[in-house]
Design a protein around this ligand. Structure first.
Ligand code: DP6
Length: 407
């Protein structure tokens, strides 16, 4: 099974209930294409497995005490149905699944825990894969997303493709209505694209969970944002996405990212997720928009310094060319070829051939970033919106068929 990552345009930041992992506000994101970024997960179950085991990028992690992992396994087992063979004979009865141990192996095709929503893709893949193996059936739409939410909040949105809202819900006893809902599918706005600049591929020093908890207890701005700002932005951005109105979509996306990082700064002690490179990307995007005379590109940053820049197809080559001009690879002025630096060789080639406008370059230079200084960006992904979890064929299995161990 593979599952996508997602990047929020209206951010989730703050928990209403830590035990249920419900949020203080709704959020909405774009699910990114698994052709470019994904988590791949294999699950094998057996009565002979003595305990549940997990391998993450090839390394075994102890999950026997992991509340998140256990919540996902138990949650999906509760929705399990009986397993039949081809003639309709019962192979495993519903009541027997609880005696089955679970082995999981999961890999990301992108940096883990660097603010690229790797836990979102990972937990979505886990829940989708468990659901497949146990034949789990939802008793209401979005129920599986309530389980993925308990793994990692943002994971609930990765169970669907396209433009996905996480409705905060109001049930504080079970969290059953705090679930993800697809607002528009991945085919609704094919011209919407994204460029991801990986500024750091290292693990962040303040995890989202820890950061949120300090923000909720110390930032008044966060409380104000959840109460007064988010619902209006949710309505505005869903309308903009529906009408394919990039300017409104981009404006809300940038303002919400900025406000999220402002709440981090308002947290005591403050949390810094963006660094000077992130800030120079912000300046470059605003300069580009000024030169264009409209919002043609919109940045957003999660809990890390990496930038995601949404834009429309027509600006793709020019924007990538601009990024390659100010953020070339570390071998100085683009000696890394194609997919070594930019995941898509063809897009890289087209951008390299693009001649940037002199006035645009003059305006960007004036913002203080020098051209041709390599190494600040480690990798660039060009991508788009894509579908939810996908079932892969057996050849992609990460677990050995005989032993059920990582292979
Ligand atoms: C900044 O979903 O990683 O990316 O629920 O504690 O696992 P936990 O947090 P997580 O937080 C993501 C925060 C964010 C914003 C977003 O994706 O909406």
């Amino acid at each position: 099974m593979s599952a996508p990552t997602n990047i929020a345009c209206v951010k989730y930041w703050g928990k209403r209930s830590i035990a249920l992992n419900t949020p203080i506000n709704s959020s909405v994101s774009v699910t990114l294409d698994q052709a470019d970024l994904k988590a791949v997960t294999t699950v094998t179950v057996s009565k002979t497995f003595k305990k549940d085991r997990l391998w993450l990028n090839g390394v075994e992690e102890d999950v026997t005490k992991s509340k998140r992992f256990i919540a996902c396994v138990t949650g999906v087992k509760n929705l399990a149905t009986e397993k039949l063979d081809s003639s309709g004979e019962v192979l495993v009865d519903k009541s027997e699944w609880k005696d089955y141990g679970v082995h999981v192996s999961s890999m990301n095709t992108f940096p883990t825990a660097a603010g690229l929503a790797s836990s979102a893709a990972g937990y979505a893949a886990l829940v989708a894969c468990l659901a497949e193996v146990f034949g789990a059936i939802e008793t209401y739409p979005g129920e599986l997303s309530t389980i993925a939410r308990q793994g990692s909040g943002s994971a609930c949105r990765s169970l669907y493709g396209g433009f996905v809202a996480w409705r905060m819900g109001s049930d504080n006893d079970t969290g059953a209505d705090s679930l993800a809902e697809q607002v528009f599918d991945e085919n609704h706005w094919p011209k919407l694209k994204a460029i991801i600049l990986v500024v750091s591929d290292e693990k962040k020093d303040t995890s989202s969970t820890e950061g949120m908890s300090t923000s909720v207890s110390t930032s008044k701005l966060l409380g104000y944002r959840a109460k007064e700002v988010v619902e209006g932005r949710m309505r505005g951005i869903e309308k903009a996405y529906g009408e394919k109105d990039f300017e409104s979509f981009g404006m809300i996306t940038m303002q919400d990212s900025n406000q999220f990082h402002a709440t981090c700064l308002d947290t005591y002690p403050p949390i810094f997720y963006m660094n000077d490179i992130s800030k120079s990307i912000i300046k470059l995007i605003h300069t580009y928009n000024k030169w264009k005379g409209k919002i043609a590109a919109a940045y957003t940053f999660d809990a890390g310094p990496n930038a995601v820049i949404y834009h429309l197809e027509e600006e793709g080559e020019e924007l990538l060319a601009l990024m390659l001009m100010y953020f070339p690879d570390d071998k100085f002025l683009g000696s890394l070829v194609g997919s070594e630096y930019v995941n898509n060789e063809e897009e890289w080639r087209k951008a390299k051939a693009w001649v940037l406008d002199e006035e645009l370059l003059r305006m960007c230079d004036a913002k203080g970033r020098s051209r041709g200084v390599g190494g600040d960006v480690k990798k660039i992904y060009v991508t788009r919106s894509g579908p939810g979890p996908i079932v892969l064929s057996d050849e992609h299995s990460l677990l050995d068929k005989e032993t059920g161990e990582n292979c």
